[in-house]
Design a protein around this ligand. Structure first.
Ligand code: HEM
Length: 297
């Protein structure tokens, strides 16, 4: 009872919660900026990484909230769901800081930016991310939302949420599966991002299973596919090189790898497998609302 009452407190809800999250993020960023300075492109690059690390856990949390409420209903998941807009807007504040440092880097450290940072595919991924983020923020308020029908709003916010989850999730998957010396934070953020989306798949599977029980062979087959997906989620470094070489063999695929965000999807293969295993495991032949069709984002 005490937790439920506490979480109803005005100071922990709505705009008060937004400021409770955004003000410390902004203060920590300003203090770090004051200590490190912005004199060199390396300092600015540090501030890009420093500021976005506040955004990452927030977007991962937002991705998992609705599934948390479905799988583990209780005062904390319902408080998170009730305040998802304000938690999401504090993500935008942390991303605005990264955006400000990116602006400083690309406008006042152009040589370093084009020599060390600019890579077309990353630029397209990053810019698309900021376009989606801007659209999400504007349509989180009535003046922006009134331009969209409810279904359009749902599709925009779900697509944007998935895209903005995919960027940091893929950054940390590559840190663990390709780059040398992954840091402990890379492991924490990778598994946080993985768990957030795996919870969505589990909630979707639970909803499908409510429509009826699948035949045992589908359950066993689906379970086996999920097990392979889970194994793949922890062994990226063992299969990345061969998988990328295989998936990028056709010329059209190698070409797409140069510009299409996240192609050929290596970071997401384990979750795609877990999703497909869940589909098989809950296959009853009767139609159940799919992840995309369900109203809640
Ligand atoms: C055009 C847009 C973007 C540019 C130019 C950009 C640039 C950069 C740069 C230069 C770094 C390395 C900073 C360092 O030295 O550590 C970085 C790191 C990162 N960026 Fe961005 N970024 C962009 C958009 C985004 C978006 C949309 C996201 C999504 C949430 C994002 C998430 C990250 C993450 C997770 C890291 C790794 C931070 C860490 O080291 O843990 N970026 N970005």
């Amino acid at each position: 009872m005490a937790v439920r009452e506490l979480l109803k407190n005005k100071a922990l809800n709505g705009w008060a919660l937004f400021f409770l999250i955004s003000v410390p993020i902004s203060l920590a960023t300003i203090i770090e900026m004051a200590q490190v300075g912005l004199a060199t492109p390396q300092d600015v690059s540090h501030m890009i990484g420093y500021s976005v690390r506040f955004a990452v856990p927030i977007i991962f949390l937002v991705v998992g909230i609705s599934a948390l409420q479905r799988l583990f209903p209780g005062p904390i998941p319902s408080w998170l769901l009730r305040n998802r807009k304000y938690i999401g807007l504090s993500f935008a504040i942390a991303m605005a800081w990264q955006g400000a440092f990116i602006f400083l880097m690309s406008n006042f450290n152009r040589e370093y930016y084009f020599d060390e940072i600019f890579y077309l595919r990353d630029e397209l991924e990053g810019s698309t991310g900021y376009i989606f983020l801007t659209a999400m923020v504007l349509t989180s308020f009535q003046f922006g939302r009134k331009w969209l029908r409810p279904r359009q709003w749902n599709v925009l916010h779900k697509t944007a949420l998935y895209f903005l989850w995919a960027y940091p999730f893929s950054v940390y998957w590559w840190a663990l599966s390709y780059y040398p010396n992954p840091q402990p934070i890379d492991h924490v953020f990778y598994w946080f991002g993985f768990t957030a989306f795996a919870l969505r798949i589990a909630a979707w599977g639970m909803r499908r299973a409510e429509a009826g029980s699948a035949p045992i062979n589908f359950k066993i087959g689906g379970g086996a596919i999920i097990a392979i997906g889970l194994l793949a989620s922890a062994t990226g470094r063992d299969w990345q090189a061969a998988t990328t070489a295989f998936l990028a063999t056709p010329a059209w695929s190698a070409n797409m790898e140069l510009w299409l965000p996240y192609w050929p999807l290596e970071p997401f293969l384990s979750l795609l497998m877990i999703g497909f295993g869940t589909l098989v495991m809950t296959h009853t032949g009767s139609h159940a609302p799919d992840v995309v069709e369900q109203g809640a984002t």
